[in-house]
Write a protein that binds this ligand. Structure first.
Ligand code: GBH
Length: 464
């Protein structure tokens, strides 16, 4: 296994970035600390039946208290980089827009601790924790949100921009726009196409104004990007109906946001997906297409798409083929990670691409000695990395990989029962235990670095 992991690591260029990712609402807890006010997920989690087992974000991984230990853990894992998100309701707790410096202090100290351990911070400004005060003003469906987001972006950049070199405006707009406003299974739990279409446009505008605000506040050599959920589309059968459905799915799930960001216009066919008109105002698309340096891809699974008689296109039916499925019910399809990176490169040619999330949930079992031998997650990790390495020779500028997730954490509507971590968290005691996947990931990263800092025995494995 060690040899296999080291072989995988050596397929990547030595400047490849090896990271792990988390998100504030999923790990921090301390939801009332130091002036933080509720986010829409705090509120949503209290709606009966919204989250499995009635789980809340109140305690999560107690990262807000244990951040120093967690950075030490990252260092033990040999990570080059850490992708985290900043909680908007910690920074701007109320509609008056007044900055809460105690909220900024937390991320300031985190960034220093990361840099002190040689770990490059990758900051995401929004990972789904909209301040409840903005929801009360119409949330993402109200145009004002884009301006509030840009103000928040500029506040954070002013404080952290001297040290943080890589920034993402938003995480997975497709997920919070459509699961939050059309299907209602994520916060704020709305089921309305009109709300969803408005949220989509205001999200794009927030990205554009946010990018401009970051640019104005940051030193010139900083990198701005966005993290998008992507599922390469494949028709279930070769027939024309399934092919057409797969094409619509591809637009809806993969290019809906990236196309306007890179081209300054909605992808052809976007209007036809919805019955509602997109509330575009003059100048919006120019703002939306403000230049960015990189695209982050969050990849979990492909979509195998079937024609959907009578089902609205935006709810296109997916037929999971036979295969291996994770605890989330998502198909394991390693080739998809290479396919989607290659497609993104060929269609949009961003200056850089990162896999900003990839990972899997399994029913981990603790062995009698307390270790967690998460073989399916190890296989998922190595198979996806092997596939990703295969697309490097297509010229795609793939610069780094972030495992989702550093820690088991609050998996949204699934609560704590679904575990994605390469590090196990025992919630009652908050004890962290590196899983076998964590140890394997470390071997991958260290073997990759070996060309530069090898231990000299020539076997490509760092012996420790
Ligand atoms: C991400 O969401 C989030 O950024 C992160 O916070 C979350 O914890 C993590 O992933 C795990 O869920 O139905 O088989 O086609 C991912 C959301 C997952 C939505 C994959 C689309 C398609 C799988 N996406 N899903 S499938």
């Amino acid at each position: 296994l060690r040899t296999r992991a080291a072989d995988v690591g050596r397929r990547f260029p030595t400047d490849f970035v090896w990271g792990a990712a988390t998100a504030a609402p999923q790990i921090e807890g301390s939801i009332d600390a130091d002036g933080r006010t509720p986010s829409i997920w705090d509120v949503f989690a209290r709606v009966p039946g919204a989250v499995a087992d009635g789980d809340t974000l109140d305690r999560a991984d107690e990262h807000y208290l244990r951040w120093r230990d967690d950075v030490a853990l990252m260092s033990d894992l040999g990570l080059d980089a850490y992708r985290f998100s900043i909680a908007w309701p910690r920074i701007v707790p109320a509609a008056d827009g007044i900055v809460n410096s105690r909220g900024l202090d937390f991320y300031d100290a985190l960034v220093d601790e990361l840099l002190g351990n040689g770990i490059e911070p990758f900051a995401t400004l929004y990972h789904w924790d909209l301040p409840q005060w903005q929801q009360e003003r119409g949330g993402w469906a109200d145009r004002s949100v884009a301006h509030r987001f840009a103000e928040y972006a500029s506040i954070v950049a002013d404080r952290l921009g001297d040290r943080v070199r890589n920034w993402m405006t938003l995480n997975e707009p497709w997920v919070y726009v459509f699961l939050g406003h059309l299907d209602g299974v994520h916060a704020p739990g709305i089921r309305s196409e009109e709300h969803a279409v408005r949220a989509m446009h205001h999200t794009l505008l927030a990205h554009g104004l946010g990018t401009q605000a970051l640019r104005a506040a940051l030193p010139a050599d900083r990198n701005v990007g966005i993290a998008l959920s992507m599922s390469p589309a494949e028709p279930a059968t070769p027939g024309p109906e399934d092919a057409a459905a797969a094409e619509r799915f591809d637009l809806y799930r993969n290019w809906l946001f990236l196309h306007p960001i890179t081209h300054g216009q909605y992808h052809p066919g976007t209007e036809e997906l919805f019955d509602t008109e997109i509330p575009i105002q003059e100048g919006d698309l120019e703002v939306i297409s403000s230049p960015i340096e990189f695209v982050g891809i969050n990849y979990y699974a492909r979509g195998v798409v079937q024609a959907d008689d009578g089902v609205p296109v935006v709810r296109a039916k997916e037929t999971p083929p036979a295969g291996v499925f994770t605890a989330m019910g998502w198909e394991v399809h390693p080739q998809g990670i290479a396919d989607i990176v290659t497609q993104t490169h060929e269609k949009y040619a961003p200056g850089a691409i990162y896999i900003t999330e990839n990972g899997s949930a399994w029913d981990d079992e603790e062995a009698s000695d307390g270790s967690i031998v998460d073989t399916p997650r190890v296989d998922y990790l190595l198979d996806h990395l092997t596939a990703a390495a295969g697309c490097l020779n297509t010229g795609a500028p793939l610069r780094g990989y972030f495992a989702w997730s550093l820690l088991d954490n609050f998996e949204w509507a699934e609560g704590y029962r679904k575990r994605f971590g390469i590090v196990h968290v025992d919630y009652p005691t908050q004890r962290r235990t590196v899983k076998q996947s964590g140890a394997v990931y470390r071997t991958v990263a260290l073997a990759n670095a070996e060309d530069e800092h090898g231990d000299g025995d020539g076997d490509g494995v760092i012996d420790t």
